[in-house]
Design a protein around this ligand. Structure first.
Ligand code: AMP
Length: 307
């Protein structure tokens, strides 16, 4: 495939070991993390991706080589000599919409001090993946310029622990991507539309609210659009669905000449399709087997929703 290299993306987030329990299986210790899923998913659309993260002394270097082969630059990833990688253990009980976190061990992440100034790259897209909002702000301050587009993802863990800091960074970004539960926590309402309005009033231009099996909605101050979820997907493990969604959004936007409401709407469709592959196997396993051609094939079922 012929991919343009003219829109560098910075992806910041965790790189991790996960352990996932479903009603039918236990994944054991597998590679996960927000930056891992996001960068991997973006790489179907562009090959100019830079990851900022920290890994521990237990993370397999062979996996970094695999990322490199997908057009993901891993030279900004810090390697801790003394600490282990971020570790997260979660369980899906009766249905895949309800996840319980059993363990979050920050490990090396506690000592993550991103220093991006030395790389002097002008990133067109900055993807602040799920991380401590103080670190998200630090990265933002280092890479923000007059023309780049900044996307932010977060999760309940950070909303509960660091809401004030989270709002500080939300007020600066262009696009916030969260799920419906998180939007209610941040938007302080039971009504999705009201939550979107409240969050947009803090500063972002756009917000995407992911609604799992109900699809996703995009809001700007004056526009609103919806996409449905794909049905007929056999779910094995939804972990990483949110990150691969946003990775697809990011990668698609990087492949477009400009960013607008319409392009973000279309990007949601690509994000949903990438996420629909992610959930078909544990961890990254399914994403490791697909190609842009396979994604495009599934996009056809969504074609009537493209603007
Ligand atoms: P999701 O797309 O929401 O399913 O994200 C799953 C990924 O988030 C897993 O691979 C975890 O390693 C990672 N993760 C879990 N908890 C956190 C956290 N508090 N901060 C950052 N990343 C996390």
């Amino acid at each position: 495939m012929n991919m343009k290299r003219n829109k560098p993306i910075l992806v910041a987030g965790t790189m991790a070991f996960d352990e996932i329990i479903t009603t039918s299986a236990n994944s054991g210790k597998i590679i996960g993390g927000a930056a891992t899923y996001i960068s991997y998913s973006s790489s179907f659309f562009t090959n100019d991706i830079y990851v900022s993260s920290i890994i521990g002394n237990d993370f397999p270097i062979s996996f970094l080589h695999e990322m490199n082969s997908k057009g993901i630059f891993t030279g900004m990833i810090e390697v801790s000599k003394k600490d282990k990688s971020f570790y997260w253990k979660g369980e899906y009980k009766n249905d895949f919409n309800n996840r319980v976190t059993h363990l979050t061990h920050l490990n090396a992440l506690e000592f993550y001090k991103p220093n991006l100034n030395k790389h002097s790259i002008n990133f067109d897209l900055v993807m602040l993946g799920n991380l401590d909002p103080v670190i998200q702000m630090d990265i933002y301050s280092q890479v923000k310029n007059d023309h780049n587009f900044v996307i932010l993802d977060t999760m309940n863990y950070w909303i509960e622990k660091t809401e004030k800091e989270l709002f500080e960074i939300i007020s600066k970004v262009n696009l916030v991507v969260i799920n419906d539960e998180e939007s209610q926590m941040l938007g302080k309402s039971d009504l999705i539309e009201e939550c979107a309005k409240n969050i947009l009033s803090c500063g972002p231009d756009y917000i995407i609210i992911k609604k799992g099996s109900q699809g996703a909605e995009l809001f700007s101050k004056h526009q609103r659009s919806t996409i449905p979820a794909l049905d007929n997907i056999k779910v094995v493990d939804p972990t990483g669905a949110g990150d691969s969604f946003v990775g697809g959004v990011c990668g698609y936007l990087a492949s477009r000449p400009s960013i607008s409401f319409k392009e973000i709407h279309n990007a949601m469709i690509y994000g949903s399709v990438v996420a629909s592959f992610c959930i078909e196997e544990f961890g990254l396993a399914r994403l490791q087997k697909i190609s842009k051609e396979i994604i495009d094939e599934r996009i056809k079922t969504f074609a009537s929703y493209l603007l």
